[in-house]
Design a protein around this ligand. Structure first.
Ligand code: NDP
Ligand code: MG
Length: 385
């Protein structure tokens, strides 16, 4: 039996993961669950999956506490509680589906506690890639991607030698605005949240509309597959059927295809190294009726350049960039700034940043905090225009 913990169980990935576990049956046991603010849903999940350990945000919630009492689960609170869940005794695999920089510490703690991490929280690798890879003890089998493009690459690269690979390509749906013709400055949160192919949390859906998501994924692939950044590219593919392309040295290309449904990559990560039957409908032949590819418009999506600049600058630049993006996206969703202000906020924060090479965890946390403060100052300035 495989014992798992799910961090971020109330989110889009967390809920899909619980679906997958239900389908996989008795060989999987949910030992621990953690969420942040959605007490109603967490309480229901606790009653249904009967974990031993439950983590919740910063204050006790009566519904969660009552559910824990009923099933005999121990309840832990706050950031420390989340770390306790990541280190939960008896758990083999921790699925980290927390959103944002808050996911880094749990990833590190889970790896340090000897767990395998099924990683949805791409921000862990973006801001702390070197620390995370070091914590695997160079055993990358302990870090299995859940992000669809990376799960596809993980399959596509099985048995390949790195010297045989010329480049990796991530496909991008283009997000909610790919067919939008009007001025980007007029885009509302509702428009940017209307993703055509994927149903995801709010932050990643806005990241898809700005293409920041693809930038984060380039860095994620760089660490997961030990591939230089200049050998990782992206291409627009509106059907979201092909998730990655692996270009081999002889010029041939491998594509990995699947329905755009996160239950596929989640199941892959939880059952790795096996490939087990999935409840999703067959892809062939209907899924291949049309497959389009076109180059990315870098002028329209400046976030891609900002990520590459920060990645090349190295050190704490990616942590600052990520924090600025999180603050800017929240501010756009709160209707404080416009869609085109998101890259402006990030660029201003990156301009102000100090340089620290080979940062320690403390440096990354400090850079994250400082960048959030800077981003709020820039936003206040933009709002006074
Ligand atoms: P959601 O916003 O739907 O869910 C986020 C989860 O994290 C919720 O359970 C939420 O708890 C919890 N959470 C929020 N803030 C904190 C915090 N400060 N500390 C601890 N937990 C917190 O996000 P998604 O499921 O869409 O995404 C999760 C991660 O997976 C992201 O990193 C995203 O980039 C990645 N990912 C998502 C995909 C998708 O299809 N959704 C695809 C590929 C990657 P609560 O709701 O209780 O407040
Ligand atoms: Mg993805």
């Amino acid at each position: 039996m495989k014992h798992i913990a799910i961090l971020g169980s109330t989110g889009s990935i967390g809920r899909a993961a619980l679906d997958v576990v239900s389908h996989l049956g008795e060989e999987f046991k949910v030992n621990a669950l953690a969420a942040w603010s959605n007490g109603d849903l967490l309480a229901m999940q606790v009653e249904q999956y009967r974990p031993e350990l439950v983590g919740f945000g910063s204050h006790e919630d009566a519904r969660v506490a009552a559910a824990c009492r009923r099933v005999g689960a121990r309840l832990v609170l706050g950031r420390e509680g989340l770390e306790e869940v990541a280190a939960c005794q008896g758990v083999d695999t921790v699925l980290n589906a927390v959103v944002g920089a808050a996911g880094l510490l749990p990833t590190l703690v889970a790896l340090r506690s000897g767990k395998t991490v099924a990683l949805a929280n791409k921000e862990s690798l973006v801001i702390g890639g070197e620390l995370v890879i070091r914590e695997t003890g160079a055993d990358l089998e302990r870090l299995i991607p859940v992000d669809s493009e990376h799960a596809s690459l993980h399959i596509g690269l099985r048995g390949k030698k790195s010297r045989d690979i010329r480049s990796l390509w991530l496909t991008a749906s283009g997000g909610a605005l790919r067919d939008y013709q009007g001025p980007l400055a007029d885009v509302t949160p509702a428009q940017a949240l209307a993703h055509p192919t994927w149903n995801m949390g709010r932050k990643i859906t806005i990241d898809s509309a700005t293409m920041m998501n693809k930038g984060l994924e380039i860095v994620e692939a760089h660490y997961l597959f030990n591939m230089p950044l200049d050998k990782i590219h992206c291409v627009m593919h509106e059907q979201s059927i092909v998730h990655c392309l692996v270009e081999l040295n002889d010029g041939s290309v491998l594509a990995h295809m699947a329905w755009p449904d996160m239950r596929g990559p989640i199941q892959y990560a939880l059952t790795y190294p096996d490939l087990v039957p999935s409840p999703l409908p067959p892809l062939l032949p209907k899924g291949l009726s049309r497959l389009d590819f076109k180059p990315v418009d870098h002028f329209r999506f400046p976030c891609l350049r900002l990520v590459r600049d920060a990645a090349e600058a190295g050190g704490i630049a990616l942590a600052a960039m990520n924090a600025a993006n999180e603050v800017a996206v929240a501010s756009f969703l709160a209707k404080e700034i416009s869609f085109v202000d998101i890259p402006k906020v990030i660029e201003s924060v990156l301009d102000r940043r100090e340089t620290i090479c080979s940062p320690k965890l403390e440096d990354i946390m400090n850079a994250d905090r400082a960048a959030r403060e800077n981003a709020r100052e820039v936003i206040n300035h933009l709002r006074c225009r």
